[in-house]
Design a protein around this ligand. Structure first.
Ligand SMILES: Cc1cc2nc3c(=O)[nH]c(=O)nc-3n(C[C@H](O)[C@H](O)[C@H](O)COP(=O)(O)OP(=O)(O)OC[C@H]3O[C@@H](n4cnc5c(N)ncnc54)[C@H](O)[C@@H]3O)c2cc1C
Length: 386
């Protein structure tokens, strides 16, 4: 067993956790550690390339720009100014979601889809060049690699005297304990409440409200088909489609400007039903749907990707198999009585008041969590306060 200490432990290396570390660093606070269970950073942000490697390098060539988002695709700068500012600060390029042309509607099995006027998202949905993972790469570059530990799953938090002992385990079962003053929970509230043991227990109303908060998009799955060119555009189609037949309920253009064509869809089949169908069968069904809707040119994608988020133990729990389809209301971010008072703060996206579940929510909640920490003044005070 290894023992370490830091002032702040950030549990989770998704957008909220890395942004919190970035915000601390910007204020000259270096005594933190990010503990990430997966071997890669990003959490729900996953961008893959046609050669199937993670897009964690900056986009410098057309090939590297060809990243496809298996997690979030869009942000909305017009009404998410805080995230917009971050994207600009990190000097990331972005572009508008392609929506020109007709959309397709498939109403009934056996009936051809109908082309109808498409609609433009308002405000415009934007995609980041190099995929959303470019955000993660850019944030990571600003952090000291020694403060970010991947492959360490937090199992237990316990209050011991004035400190919190954070017990983590790596994939070999090796245990590391971090003694810290404060913990920023950068993992979904439901996951925190159900997968981490708190000693002593959290107040009942806190753990109940965290457990009741569904994790945004955790029940969903995405399918991607990548083609040499976006052939549907020549037919006056936007790539947008809706289907009551499925398996995909909603389809969008995911092409790279000046590069590969791509279509992606959200599966309409519930997570519990998907479990009884193999990934290859699901891909066959999705491809057949694209052929039905976009014609024979869709028959041979160069590459296909499929990601079922309900199978991800560090995102979804059994409670997330049932999709409510709604953004949960943010639960309380910190206990306000008992031994956990001023020891833990929830900063993942679901704790955001304004944009719960969204990327912008991860930034909002993390920024507020870091601000609250400063106001509280930890036992040893921050360096900047000395
Ligand atoms: C398919 C899909 C589509 C989406 N589309 C959009 C979109 O278009 N626009 C948008 O704004 N949002 C979208 N979202 C939501 C967006 O991805 C999230 O809001 C955002 O990524 C949440 O970041 P986070 O850091 O709060 O949480 P996460 O990304 O969930 O990060 C939590 C981290 O904690 C880690 N972790 C979990 N348990 C432990 C543990 N015990 N110990 C240590 N680490 C742990 C996880 O591995 C993970 O890295 C989408 C999500 C999905 C899945």
């Amino acid at each position: 067993m290894t023992m370490n200490s830091a002032r702040i432990a950030i549990i989770g290396g998704g957008l909220s956790g890395l942004y919190a570390a970035y915000a601390l660093k910007q204020q000259g606070i270096d005594d933190y550690v990010v503990l990430e269970a997966r071997n890669v950073l990003g959490g729900r942000i996953v961008s893959v390339q046609t050669h199937d490697t993670m897009a964690f390098e900056p986009p410098s060539s057309i090939l590297e720009r060809e990243s496809f988002d298996l997690g979030p695709s869009w942000f909305w700068p017009d009404y998410q100014p805080q995230l917009h500012r971050l994207v600009q600060e990190l000097e990331l390029a972005y572009y508008e979601q392609y929506e020109s042309g007709h959309m397709l509607l498939e109403q009934h099995a056996g009936m051809p889809p109908v082309a109808m006027s498409g609609y433009d998202s308002s405000p415009a949905s934007m995609r980041i060049e190099g995929g959303m993972a470019a955000l993660i790469t850019a944030l990571s570059r600003h952090l000291d690699a020694g403060h970010v530990k991947a492959g360490l799953a937090v199992k237990c938090l316990s209050v011991e005297r004035q400190k919190v002992a954070v017990t983590c385990e790596d994939s070999f079962g090796q245990t590391t304990i971090w003694n810290v003053d404060h913990v920023l929970l950068a993992l979904p509230p439901r996951l925190a409440a159900t997968s981490i043991t708190f000693v002593p227990k959290l107040p009942g109303e806190v753990s109940r409200s965290w457990e009741a908060t569904s994790t945004w998009m955790a029940p969903h799955a995405k399918y991607f088909a990548v083609y040499d060119k976006p052939f549907w555009r020549n037919q006056g189609l936007s790539g947008q489609a809706r289907s009551r037949v499925g398996p995909m309920g909603e389809i969008h253009d995911a092409s790279i400007p000046g590069g590969k064509g791509a279509l992606f869809g959200f599966l309409g089949i519930p997570a519990t039903t998907r479990r009884n169908i193999s990934e290859n069968q699901l891909k066959d069904l999705c491809r057949a749907q694209l052929i039905r809707m976009f014609g024979e040119a869709a028959i041979k994608p160069e590459v296909e990707f499929y990601k079922d988020w309900s199978l991800e133990a560090y995102t979804a729990t059994g409670l997330d198999l049932d999709a409510s389809g709604h953004h949960a209301i943010a639960p309380m971010a910190a206990p306000n009585s008992g031994p956990w008072t001023e020891k833990i703060t929830g900063i993942a996206s679901e704790w955001s008041q304004q944009f719960p579940g969204y990327l912008a929510g991860a930034i909002e909640a993390a920024a507020l969590g870091v601000q609250a920490l400063q106001r509280r003044k930890l036992p040893h005070q921050f360096d900047v306060d000395r």
